[in-house]
Design a protein. Structure first.
Length: 454
């Protein structure tokens, strides 16, 4: 290169350095880094130096040399060779992309010590990442420090931060974040809704009510999303009576009118609490009275809860009512029906349901296939399960690897080595490759075979 009269610039050195780092040559890397810093002093074009610096930081983070990034942050290249604010920002960005948010917060500390203020976008990335990765206390600390230079979390960051604080029961700190957000002229109802959803992660019904009261006292009118969140939180905590109190206030006009989601949530809460008659009354009587029609999500939730309580006949009746009302079932509905019938030892009904309802509808997927295959296998009908899978393939359906693994697993549990490997062969014939689950199942088969001879 030099023989042809072309002199390497800082960008050239950064590209070579990337190759050296890939070979894990630390000494060679430091040697080229020294050459790079010297070249950057002679390079008059700052944009070239910035690009070279970015290359180096990206390479170091990609290869895991994070300690070198921190060293560079402490011993920044001489002034005028690179834009320092850009350099610190790029370090933060690269570390965040590498999932090193604690490291990125260390760069912020160095940056502030040197008199620089991080960009709000970079700062937000750190707070967001720490909140998601279990570092909510450090995220909260950064949030408090960021207020000094005008930091305002973006909505997704606010959401993950308050959720993380609530998960570890730091409600006071979460409320502190809430109060700060409320003062910033944002949509207050939306800010409250996010906070209420975070509180729902905890078993603390009194806090849910306190925040709802706080909204009303602050002249912030709760919308249907607010109240659905509160009701859902109470139901998750098995506080159905408190959920019904809020729900009744909606029905009597004290609060906004309930929608289909509200009814679905309350119905599920009642069913999970064993109050089937009340739940079905809301579904079959109260919803029509208010001009609301249950949607497929409502019915799926009802069917799932009824099967969970072993109320098979009631579930079957509600499925027929749903069809009578003209609602079209989806694959989730069919999966719930087949799983419920199979788990209730009504295999023949499940098979008839498949033949007469599911297959003609052409609304079926791998979840439905897995449900019926599991049902047949768990009922000791391995041959029928295998035949069912072959029929699917012959009909032009392409089951995924999960369907094959269900049969292979059942064959292995029965010690049927030939049948298990025969199904592996069928899998390969149909263009699928055994995955880690398949090999784990087969490994257990060989372990079981050895035990039989010990």
């Amino acid at each position: 290169m030099q023989e042809n009269g072309v002199l390497p610039n800082s960008l050239t050195y950064s590209v070579i350095l990337r190759g050296v780092l890939r070979k894990r040559d630390v000494e060679g890397g430091r040697e080229f880094m020294d050459k790079l810093w010297k070249n950057m002093l002679d390079q008059k074009d700052l944009t070239v130096n910035n690009a070279a610096f970015g290359n180096v930081i990206n390479s170091l983070c990609r290869e895991g040399f994070f300690h070198e990034v921190f060293r560079i942050a402490e011993e920044m290249p001489p002034r005028n060779s690179v834009d320092e604010k850009f350099a610190y920002g790029h370090m933060i960005d690269s570390l965040c992309r590498a999932g090193r948010h604690h490291g990125a917060s260390r760069i912020v500390y160095i940056m502030r010590k040197m008199g620089f203020v991080p960009s709000l976008v970079s700062y937000n990335s750190i707070v967001h990442g720490l909140s998601k990765e279990g570092g909510c206390m450090r995220a909260y600390q950064l949030f408090k420090e960021g207020i000094e230079f005008g930091y305002l979390p973006l909505e997704p960051t606010y959401k993950v931060l308050v959720e993380a604080l609530c998960r570890v029961s730091h409600i006071d700190k979460a409320k502190d974040v809430l109060q700060y957000m409320l003062k910033k002229g944002l949509d207050q109802t939306r800010i409250y809704n996010i906070f209420l959803r975070a509180l729902s992660l905890m078993d603390n019904p009194s806090e849910l009510l306190n925040i709802l009261v706080s909204m009303l006292q602050n002249q912030c009118q709760p919308d249907v999303v607010t109240l659905n969140t509160v009701i859902n939180g109470f139901c998750k905590m098995r506080r159905v009576e408190e959920a019904l109190e809020v729900f009744n206030d909606m029905l009597t006009g004290k609060l906004c009118t309930p929608d289909v989601v509200t009814f679905t949530t309350v119905i599920c809460g009642l069913l999970n609490d064993g109050r089937t008659d009340e739940a079905l009354h809301f579904l079959q009587t109260r919803m029509p009275e208010l001009g609301l029609s249950p949607n497929i999500v409502t019915y799926n939730a009802v069917l799932h809860s009824l099967f969970k309580q072993h109320k098979v006949d009631e579930a079957t009746k509600n499925f027929k009512d749903m069809e009578h009302k003209g609602l079209v079932a989806n694959s989730t509905t069919y999966t719930i029906m087949i799983e419920g019938l199979c788990k209730s030892n009504r295999i023949d009904e499940a098979k008839c349901f498949w033949d007469n309802v599911v297959w003609p509808s052409k609304v079926h997927d791998d979840f439905v296939y897995a449900a019926i295959l599991k049902g047949l296998c768990n009922s000791g009908k391995l041959n029928e399960a295998s035949d069912f899978l072959y029929e699917l393939v012959d009909s032009g359906v392409h089951p995924n690897i999960v369907s094959y693994n269900i049969i292979i697993d059942n064959a292995c549990k029965l010690g049927l080595k030939t049948e298990a490997y025969q199904m592996v062969g069928e899998m390969r014939k149909n263009g699928l490759v055994p995955d880690a689950v398949t090999w784990r199942i087969l490994d257990k088969l060989h372990g079981n075979t050895k035990k039989q001879f010990l």
